[in-house]
Design a protein around this ligand. Structure first.
Ligand code: SF4
Length: 429
């Protein structure tokens, strides 16, 4: 039986595009030269594809760009990974048009997310736009003007420091990225010139983005972190960008008055990432958040955010499976699933949407290649959360998070099913 047929039997309450997307996230697609050719124009995967010895080179090369995102006709987006043993293949059918197959059975037509021109341009003072801290994820611009996270250098007595970063974090280490952005650790304010460049880049007419998500490394002092984000929000407001984008703040658990200041400056949503629901696992996986903020305060801040921004405009991201890996991890995947559904039962009725991405194995032969959660558990979790959202009449707000930017999560694919589902997105026998 094909993978999609089996998933259709086991998960009848999951929309077919969500089953297909989950299957692709896990199984990937086989390599085909049409993927190499699409590397000329598609938004590139951040790792080039490497051919194995014996495989036919592409234009004489053994490594080259391949597309990062598949884009289906119902707007389902999915991150593409090339896996040689995948049951899925992609074949070209026309100019920038392709077909996904499982075995030799057609599943759905698609194209790839194109590379956008703005990333190769310069701001007015000659800074490359991509060096302003901006990156694009589908139709979401992610702005990270202060990437260094202070949890990596949490002070101890005697002038020493300890690393209390989240155990899964690969991007918050304070490093040379901070310099051109003008970020100083323990200083909330950012140079105005950095914010001017960001405003310039966000003004580009061809970002094709609807959402602008503000993120950054954590500060130890939540009020200072709030001050930093208010400064950013003010500059975006002065530039009128709040009228063009749905702006959301992805900060830590900042004080309520800072949330209100941001709301007054046109910020419409908030996403304070708790990362892990279980209290003991939260303390193990997020020691900096646990020590400097605390789980109860974090949850309280999310509740305050729902009061300030409204119950359709608050999210919290979780890393599904992080609680199952490493020393002190939960040993039972069923318990992890239960815990994450308890998270949905608590947060969703309070106007806070938990959004789960996958945690990828960090040790062993398949590290970085396979998620800790099984495909079945990922779909069980998503079906359970979708059922709670339906019961509470609280769907994911598509202005905040949609099928176009959620290429590694499934929540919008349950709530925003394009109706009718395209004929081609069908179960194969
Ligand atoms: S708060 Fe955690 S996930 Fe966020 S940047 Fe710091 S260490 Fe990384």
């Amino acid at each position: 039986m094909s993978l999609l047929s089996r998933l259709a039997e086991e998960f009848p309450n999951t929309p077919p595009p969500a089953r297909m997307k989950a299957a692709l996230l896990y199984a990937g697609v086989q390599y085909d030269p049409c993927l190499a050719e699409a590397g000329d124009w598609a938004f590139p995967n951040f790792m080039p594809h490497h051919l194995l010895p014996g495989e036919a080179p592409f234009r004489g090369k053994m490594q080259f760009n391949v597309p990062y995102l598949g884009w289906f006709d119902d707007d389902t987006h999915v991150r593409l990974r090339i896996k040689r043993d995948s049951p899925f293949a992609i074949r070209q059918t026309g100019e920038r048009r392709y077909l996904l197959l499982e075995g030799d059975v057609p599943v759905a037509p698609l194209t790839f997310e194109p590379r956008l021109p703005w990333v190769d341009l310069l701001t007015r003072d000659g800074t490359p736009m991509r060096a302003t801290g901006l990156s694009q994820h589908g139709d979401m611009l992610v702005l990270n003007p202060a990437p260094g996270c202070e949890y990596f250098v949490s002070p101890l007595e005697g002038g020493k420091s300890e690393n209390l970063s989240c155990t899964f974090c690969l991007y918050g280490l304070p490093d040379q990225r901070m310099k051109p952005l003008g970020q100083e650790l323990f200083q909330p304010r950012l140079p105005e010139v950095s914010l001017d460049r960001i405003a310039d880049a966000c003004h580009h007419p061809e970002t094709h983005a609807r959402h602008l998500y503000l993120v950054g490394g954590s500060m130890l002092d939540m009020d200072q972190e709030g001050e930093r984000f208010v400064q950013i929000a003010r500059r975006l407001h002065e530039a009128g960008l709040h009228e063009r984008y749905y702006i959301a703040c992805g900060t830590g658990a900042i004080p309520k008055r800072r949330m209100q200041e941001m709301k007054d400056l046109g910020v419409r949503g908030a996403c304070f990432n708790l990362e892990v629901w279980d209290p003991a696992q939260f303390a193990r996986i997020c020691p900096g958040k646990a020590k400097h903020v605390g789980r109860d305060r974090w949850i309280r801040a999310l509740e305050e955010a729902a009061e300030v921004f409204g119950p359709a405009d608050v999210m919290s991201a979780f890393v599904g499976g992080a609680e199952l890996e490493g020393e002190g991890a939960m040993t039972d995947p069923e318990r992890a699933l239960e815990s994450n559904l308890e998270c949905g039962e608590y947060l969703i009725p309070r106007g806070i949407q938990p959004v789960f991405s996958l945690f990828w194995k960090v040790t062993g032969k398949t590290r970085g290649e396979e998620p800790v959660y099984t495909l079945e558990n990922f779909l069980r979790l998503n079906e359970g959360l979708a059922a709670i959202r339906r019961r509470e009449n609280r769907p994911i707000n598509g202005n905040f998070f949609c099928k176009h930017c959620a290429y590694m999560q499934l929540e919008p694919d349950y709530d925003h099913v394009v109706s009718p589902i395209p004929e081609a997105v069908r179960t194969v026998d």
